[in-house]
Design a protein around this ligand. Structure first.
Ligand code: SF4
Length: 184
């Protein structure tokens, strides 16, 4: 049985709904994502547009943008990640509480984009784990909304407890990621 299943039969059970803990926890999590807007370049303008009335990210319960990592659970990396900024991005990511997710918005955040230069990190996934990538330069706000819906689907399929422990079991990978910053 998938962890999103609900069972409800009003004739037999009256007001009782039967489900799984994972289904409830993931349902709450995926409809209350609080993004941390990591705006680093032009993609951030598209991210701002997604919060405006035309695109209205609040339709998905995600309008509570938080500029404190301790109040956010989804970092949206929007823009070019330079080596100068990489350490800051990683530190802010580490200050976010588990469970947390990352969206790489745009070609620059996903791969370095057109900047094949000594100053630009070739994808933010070299220092933090990315859950969803958004293509485009710049991606339109609809593309970000599509990515957030995909993230909701992903959160819905996760084991809620496994999510809390999985990343703590990766010290070797974390050390490797730290090395990517230090080598720059
Ligand atoms: S992907 Fe394009 S729009 Fe986005 S930050 Fe890079 S250059 Fe700017």
């Amino acid at each position: 049985m998938q962890n999103t299943n609900l069972a409800y039969d009003s004739k037999v059970e009256g007001e009782i709904i039967v489900t799984q803990a994972d289904a409830v926890i993931n349902w709450i999590r995926k409809h209350s994502v609080w993004p941390m807007p990591m705006g680093l370049a032009c993609c951030a303008i598209e991210l701002m547009a997604a919060g405006g009335s035309r695109f209205d990210i609040s339709r998905f319960g995600m309008e509570v943008m938080r500029f404190s990592p301790r109040q956010a659970d989804c970092m949206i990396v929007a823009g070019t990640v330079t080596y100068k900024m990489a350490e800051v991005v990683r530190r802010i990511y580490e200050q976010m509480a588990e469970p947390k997710w990352v969206v790489a918005m745009g070609a620059c955040a996903s791969t370095g984009g057109m900047y094949r230069s000594y100053a630009t990190m070739q994808g933010v996934d070299r220092i933090i784990p990315v859950d969803v990538y958004v293509s485009g330069c710049p991606p339109r706000p609809e593309a970000l909304l599509d990515a957030m819906i995909k993230l909701q689907d992903k959160i819905g399929r996760e084991s809620s407890l496994k999510n809390l422990t999985a990343r703590k079991r990766q010290p070797a990978k974390q050390a490797a990621l730290a090395g990517a910053v230090n080598e720059s």
